[in-house]
Design a protein around this ligand. Structure first.
Ligand code: HPA
Length: 248
């Protein structure tokens, strides 16, 4: 069966490049409410592709207010088979500009609508989430990165906090001893909802700052913006090369 890819853009990624031939734009109603942004549907490198930006077109939706269920449901309705999520993160073990493909998650969020199995369906549903990211999709991204000469860190545990505030230094120390390598605010429940819908899901994360207390320096928001601006072209190049290998 031909694969349909979705790209969920995070901070700094509000569209793809000229390889994305846009055919339509839609904002569907879902049983879970409104999606974050228009779903842009088209073709990229011969692959049917949908683009959605998680924080909204004008970056107005904070991490804890994103309607993850509506976003994932809308992609499921479009029969999306694979999702490449893009997330900006802080680094505990990896420094600014690193691109990390996490392979594990620790979820520190609370009060987010985190499941489709919330008692309304006839049966209680459980998913296996021991490996939270699709290994086959990760391998496709890794091989696209190798072919393009893009440096990727291919292992890492993503700690997901509620935000929108950043962490205290003590919280980062605790997360480091828990085994986290990178920290972000949007990785969950997105990954789990994708698994509930049986969609292959992997994340490309870009480290935009050292986490609190790691280097002793204070967070510089202008620097974060510059890192996002300078790194997104590489992320799009990586996505484009991955889509070029999709089954069609
Ligand atoms: N912590 C949590 N989320 C983030 C960070 C951080 O340091 N940087 C970018 N997203």
């Amino acid at each position: 069966m031909s694969e349909i890819y979705a790209v969920i853009g995070g901070s700094g990624l509000y569209g793809l490049d000229q390889d994305f031939r846009v055919e339509s734009s839609q904002k569907p109603n879902t049983p879970y409410g409104d999606v974050s942004s228009d779903l842009i549907v088209g073709e990229m490198r011969g692959c049917r592709t949908v683009f959605l930006t998680r924080h909204g077109e004008s970056h107005h939706i904070p991490p804890h207010k994103i309607n993850y269920r509506a976003n994932l449901w809308a992609l499921h309705e479009l029969e999306v088979s694979h999702i490449i999520a893009v997330n900006a993160v802080g680094g505990i073990d990896y420094g600014p500009h690193s691109l990390v493909l996490p392979d594990q998650i620790i979820d520190y969020t609370s009060d987010r609508c985190h499941t489709f199995f919330d008692g309304e369906a006839s049966e209680v549903g459980h998913i296996d989430f021991s490996l939270p990211y699709s290994q086959s999709l990760r391998e496709k991204i890794i091989s696209a990165g190798q072919a393009q000469g893009i440096d990727l860190i291919t292992h890492g545990t993503y700690g997901c906090t509620n935000g929108p505030r950043l962490e205290t230094s003590a919280e980062i120390q605790k997360m480091q001893s828990d085994g986290c390598h990178i920290i972000g605010m949007t990785g969950m429940p997105e990954a789990a909802l994708a698994r509930e819908l049986d969609i292959e899901y992997a994340a490309i994360t870009m480290v935009v700052n050292w986490c609190s207390g790691i280097t002793g320096s204070v967070l510089d928001l202008d620097e974060i913006r510059q890192i996002l601006d300078s790194g997104m072209d590489t992320v799009i190049q990586l996505i484009s090369a991955t889509l070029a290998q999709a089954d069609r």
